[in-house]
Design a protein around this ligand. Structure first.
Ligand SMILES: Cc1ncc(COP(=O)(O)O)c(C=O)c1O
Length: 388
């Protein structure tokens, strides 16, 4: 193709979510379950007070200034790494700041995979994995995340390097999470493979999971030398700071020299791609974690409870009326189970006709409980069941 680099993927990029989001916003009477951000019970985007109070103290010069390095500001990296790892990882690790969780995933993919390699991710998952795969000319292979045997078969079907994406807990779009037992089986499989394994744990929503969602981090301390674990964390979700574009990539491996080399490679890639991140936002998140952590954790806990009430109500009412959904544990979304994409399209359209705006996903319909006040969630499952 003229002007473009060789093998450029010229398939037209269409953001399929955008049109339904726009329609939802234009319909004030409608139920807008399309959002991917957390909203409060008044229907406004939820913001954490401590985050925006701290932001007021940031000076114009700090806002105008470049960050201290392409890898991000050290105090940000240290504060977010220790918040994410929660003293659970004794293995060697290194970290680099990224533009959101998306930037962390891209860094991992671009530094570990070559055109034609395979990336393995869940069959029902965040649509952007597919976009990242196609943008990097990778083969996209999917697995059924509810069936570990299926995952293991898919792993065995890939010869050569394995790049596995797991989005747990609070999977987007199903809300599924692997139990510690499931994680142990996964690590048992990966540690005993005779080839390189990159396990990308997309933990974008981990702060909204109940129970002890980081219990499996201890398994990072017992990985074999063939395994590289990469965590992709997102400040968009954790701090409700979506537009500030901050995240963190943390790489964990037995060999500290490799970690050093890998973070250095990622720093060069960052320099060559976005060059520098949002300095003021990094200063702010570091300040929140270093000086206002307790306030933040209290606000986070309130947000988590608010979300949990919504999901408990929806799930209870869905069970009462027999509305089928994919197994859900926690998180922003619940996904209705559809037998194929034809029935999905038909239900999605019927819901639109009834002013219920949802997102189509592979073999399912995503309901963004994150954006629906409890009073709107109440009765929604029955309403959908009747429309069906
Ligand atoms: C599963 C998943 N991973 C990662 C992200 C990354 O988000 P961001 O780049 O805004 O941090 C998202 C955002 O919607 C997501 O749903």
């Amino acid at each position: 193709m003229k002007f473009l680099k060789e093998n450029q993927n010229t398939e037209r990029y269409v953001d399929s979510i955008f049109s339904v989001v726009r329609a939802a916003k234009a319909d004030p009477e409608g139920i807008n379950a399309t959002a991917g951000c957390l909203y409060d019970e008044e229907g406004k985007l939820l913001t954490y007070k401590c985050v925006f109070e701290a932001e007021k103290k940031i000076t114009a010069a700090q806002k105008a200034s470049y960050a201290s390095s392409p890898a991000g500001n050290n105090d940000y990296i240290e504060a977010v790494s220790s918040f994410v790892l929660d003293n659970r990882v004794s293995n060697n690790f290194g970290a680099i700041a990224s533009p959101g969780g998306t930037g962390a995933i891209s860094l991992a993919v671009e530094n570990c995979l070559t055109e034609g390699d395979t990336i393995l991710f869940p069959e029902i998952s965040w649509g952007n994995y597919k976009v990242i795969a196609s943008d990097n000319n990778l083969k996209a292979l999917t697995y059924d995340m509810y069936d570990l045997n299926n995952l293991f078969e898919k792993i065995d079907s890939i010869s050569g390097k394995l790049f596995l994406v797991v989005n747990s807990p609070c999977e987007n779009p199903t809300g599924y999470a692997y139990s510690l037992e499931e994680w142990k089986s996964i690590f048992n499989k990966l540690n005993n493979l005779n080839r390189e394994v990159i396990l990308l744990c997309d933990i974008a929503y981990i702060d909204y999971a109940t129970g002890d969602p980081k219990n499996y981090f201890s398994l990072f301390n017992e990985i074999s030398d063939n395994v590289l674990v990469i965590l992709a964390a997102s400040c968009s979700k954790a701090f409700s700071y979506y537009g500030q574009r901050l995240g963190l990539m943390i790489a964990i491996h037995n060999d500290p020299e490799f970690i050093d080399l890998f973070i250095n490679l990622c720093s060069r890639k960052a320099r060559a791609t976005w060059s520098n991140l949002n300095n003021a936002a990094m200063i702010n998140i570091a300040t929140v974690l270093n000086e206002h952590e307790e306030e933040y954790l209290n606000e986070l806990s309130e947000a988590k409870n608010m979300l949990k009430k919504r999901s408990e109500l929806f799930i209870r009412q869905a069970d009462e009326c027999g509305l089928e959904y994919y197994k859900f544990c926690d998180g922003f979304f619940v996904t209705l189970k559809m037998k194929d994409n034809f029935s999905r399209d038909s239900l999605h359209q019927k819901l639109l006709n009834d002013h219920i705006y949802t997102i189509k996903v592979n073999k399912g319909i995503r309901i963004g409980l994150c954006s629906l006040p409890l009073k709107t969630v109440d009765g929604l499952a029955q309403k959908i069941k009747e429309i069906m």
